[in-house]
Design a protein around this ligand. Structure first.
Ligand code: FHN
Length: 434
């Protein structure tokens, strides 16, 4: 899939249009079923832990099945861990024998995964953790053993070069694990230059370089295209125009497989997160931790099926849209997205046969509920718009989207253009006297 970016302004347009990705944390830690950080958090003996590589054979792993479930859910890109903090590589890394090709599995999982993504029409994302618990010098620091420290930096650069050279076009490089080494010590700018030489169109996340506060001059921080911010578990959001993504677990806490996880997010929680992030102009990337033998847990399959039902019906309000929730802080029914002169109201709190919106200054030419075929009446009374003829009960138990065709780009009345509880409270004084 060649990138269609013909100019800097198009660079990564596919990423913000995509709106929905799928994160996958999978590795030898999946055998223990206590999350991806079990080695570190439970202080296991590394020389014992690494023997899991001789048990990890993933007999049920089928990358095409993973890609099919993701594509059916409406996912547009996937990001799979190539190496997490524990150091085990799911790819044929010539600089390591702690790999899925050299040990019991005898397979290059990343090769199978990248091929399956492309066959399913999905963009290919690779996660790579810079830090690596198999290198004690990472904790010692450079002063303790400069030569070994340099070998770790070289290993890191070489491993990333292997991923950028041997697996075709990579669309996303999702770095993690800078701690406890600094971007300067990782020589992140050199890694960046190498990546851009091998994968010029790749989107790189915000964990390879220092934050703008620490290093405003790095390639990542000067606003050039090809980079995106990652909010994790909570919505931080980014400056308008900057690509960003919120990632979160579908279960309760850990990203890797958990044996007995009773607290999976409901489909409603996932769809609310999707709308919340899209309404702010961001992508959503929920995470799955497959079982050691290579299967998605049943709960995750049900969640992905629910996402698929929603995106098949309401994809028009998601893919290729911009966030609009901030346009009307007074919207009490749910998040808003927009595309040109169409405003999408993601109605999460159905108001019955009439829906009231306040703050929209446009003329509403027509309204329709996505995926439904009943007529919606539109009435304006001053600043208030009433959508009538709706069913008493919501067409969808989780979220129904209403598309408003407007007389132009959505615009708000001046009194609600600022953020609610904004800096100029006087704009509400006349209303308060009414
Ligand atoms: O420590 C990792 C964690 O295990 C997981 O990979 C998440 C995913 O974004 N990143 C780090 C925590 O921020």
């Amino acid at each position: 899939m060649k990138d269609s970016s013909s100019s800097p302004k198009d660079f990564g347009a596919w990423f913000t249009d995509a709106r929905l990705g799928l994160f996958i944390h999978w590795g030898i830690y999946s055998l223990l079923g206590r999350g991806e950080q079990v080695l570190f958090r439970e202080h296991l003996i590394p020389s014992e832990y690494c023997k899991l590589a001789d048990e990890f054979t993933a007999p049920a792993f089928d990358a095409h099945e993973w890609a099919r479930m993701a594509a059916d859910a409406g996912v547009r890109y996937m990001v799979l861990t190539t190496k997490h903090h524990d150091g085990y590589c799911l790819f044929d890394n010539p600089d390591s024998d702690y790999t899925s090709t050299n040990r019991a599995a005898g397979r290059d999982f990343i090769a199978e995964y990248t091929e399956a993504c492309r066959a399913a029409g999905l963009r290919v994302g690779l996660y790579y953790s810079l830090n690596d618990f198999t290198w004690p010098v990472m904790f010692d620091g450079e002063k303790r053993d400069p030569a070994e420290f340099e070998r770790l930096i070289h290993y890191t650069h070489s491993s990333i070069e292997t991923l950028c050279s041997n697996y075709g076009q990579i669309d996303i490089l999702w770095f993690d694990g800078m701690w406890p080494i600094t971007a300067e010590e990782w020589r992140s700018d050199e890694i960046d230059a190498m990546i851009r030489r091998l994968q010029p169109n790749v989107m790189i996340n915000d964990r390879l370089h220092d934050t703008p506060a620490k290093n405003p001059d790095s390639p990542f921080n000067d606003g050039r295209p090809g980079y995106f911010d990652t909010s994790e578990r909570r919505v931080v959001g980014s400056p308008i125009g900057r690509a960003w993504e919120g990632c979160d677990v579908m279960q309760h806490r850990w990203w890797g497989y958990i044996n007995h996880e009773p607290h999976c997010k409901s489909p409603a929680e996932l769809i609310f997160l999707l709308g919340d992030l899209a309404g702010r102009g961001g992508n959503f990337m929920p995470n799955v931790g497959p079982t050691a033998d290579g299967r998605f847990p049943d709960d995750v399959k049900h969640q992905l099926e629910a996402l698929g039902r929603f995106t098949r019906k309401n994809g028009e309000a998601l893919y290729g849209t911009q966030g609009a929730t901030g346009l009307f802080e007074c919207s009490t029914v749910g998040p808003l997205t927009r595309r040109g002169s169409t405003l999408y109201v993601w109605v999460q709190w159905w108001q019955g046969d009439t829906l009231h919106l306040c703050g929209l200054a446009n003329e509403v030419l027509s309204a329709r509920v996505l995926g439904e075929d009943f007529d919606v009446q539109v009435e304006r009374r001053g600043e208030h718009i009433y959508l009538g003829g709706l069913p008493t009960n919501p067409p969808d138990p989780i979220c129904s989207v209403i598309a408003l065709e407007l007389d132009g780009e959505p615009r708000a009345y001046s009194w609600c253009e600022q953020k609610l509880w904004g800096s100029d409270p006087t704009v509400y004084a006349d209303w308060a006297r009414s």
